[in-house]
Ligand binder design. Structure first.
Ligand code: SF4
Ligand code: SF4
Length: 103
C-alpha cells in the first residue's frame, strides 16, 4: 500500500498551522512562477508545488514551466512540473504511483 507520507517532500504531514505558514512564506519567496510564460498576472497564492495551495483558478494554458530551474525544486527534490495546472508535488506523485483517482 502506497503511503502519502512517502511523497511528502516538504514534510508537511506533522506540521502545525504556524509551521506550514512559515514554509509557505519561504516557498513563495523563492517561487519563480511569476516570471513564467504560463503564469497569469495577479494569480495567487503561488508556490503551487506545495500541498494545500491547490491549482490555479486562472492559469488554463500550459506553456513553458520554470519549476525545474527553481531553487525550491532542487532543495526539496521535486520531480514534476506544471504544478499550477496539474496539482502539487505530492498529488502528482501519488497519481502517477496509483494511476489516477486522487485530487
Ligand atoms: S517549484 Fe515551481 S511552483 Fe514550486 S516554488 Fe518553484 S516555481 Fe513555484
Ligand atoms: S507551476 Fe510551472 S508552469 Fe505553472 S506558473 Fe509555475 S513555473 Fe509556470
Amino acid at each position: 500500500m502506497v503511503k502519502l507520507a512517502e511523497f511528502d517532500n516538504f514534510g508537511v504531514e506533522n506540521m502545525s498551522g504556524e509551521e506550514f505558514e512559515s514554509k509557505q512564506a519561504y516557498v513563495t519567496s523563492k517561487c519563480m512562477c511569476q516570471g513564467c510564460p504560463s503564469y497569469v498576472e495577479g494569480d495567487a497564492p503561488i508556490g503551487y508545488c506545495l500541498p494545500l495551495i491547490g491549482t490555479s483558478k486562472n492559469i488554463k494554458y500550459e506553456k513553458d514551466c520554470l519549476c525545474s530551474k527553481c531553487p525550491i525544486f532542487q532543495e526539496y527534490d521535486l520531480t514534476h512540473s506544471h504544478y499550477c495546472t496539474r496539482c502539487s508535488q505530492v498529488c502528482q506523485a501519488y497519481k502517477s504511483e496509483i494511476g489516477g483517482g486522487h485530487e
